[in-house]
Design a protein around this ligand. Sequence first.
Ligand SMILES: C[S@@+](CC[C@H](N)C(=O)[O-])C[C@H]1O[C@@H](n2cnc3c(N)ncnc32)[C@H](O)[C@@H]1O
Length: 194
Amino acid sequence: MNDLAGLREPASLAAIAEGTERLNFPMASEPLTGALLRTLAAAKPAGRILELGSGTGLSTAWVLDGMDKDSELLTIDFDDAALGVLRGALGTDSRLTVVSGDADVFVHSLAGQRFDLIFADTWAGKYRLLAETLALLAPGGIYVIDDMLPQPNWPSGHDEAAAHLLAALGNNDDLVVSRLSWASGIVVATKRAE
Ligand SMILES: C[S@@+](CC[C@H](N)C(=O)[O-])C[C@H]1O[C@@H](n2cnc3c(N)ncnc32)[C@H](O)[C@@H]1O
């Protein structure tokens, strides 16, 4: 099996890829991560989905491609140039709300809300505010992170932070966790139903 064969990329991806290259945006998610997110989004009809770290919208496009018409996606980033690419390609999709701002502040502001799928692709929700973000998961909700295999752009000491994060997720009795040494290194964790 070839993981990349027959992916059927979202139509919006070409414009986003062009904008990503133009900005020289270095942190874009890879297609396999996007394809997995799309599959998980499709498992949550009428789902409320949260993305922390929109970038130029590559992962956003994949998630939208899996969502049904009644699902909603909330995404945040503080890079307005990157969000410009995202808005240009995806901004007319009424299921999508794009927030420009600080993700740490935003996570705090969401306290009490529930999401069926969370893709945490920035510091907040991953290396910061992990407990606060996991508290936003609905029962049966799925938390996803990528870049958990060593990456060329990891600063010195980041491998220890990644190991700590993996341990924190693995030791959380509320979560059912799978580590996938695949793509950039993925963790999928489902919140046990109460
Ligand atoms: C790994 S990239 C996101 C990539 C994106 N999900 C994709 O598929 O291309 C991380 C993003 O987090 C954003 N970011 C970093 N710190 C942030 C903060 N405090 N608040 C909001 N966004 C932040 C960066 O601007 C960057 O776009």
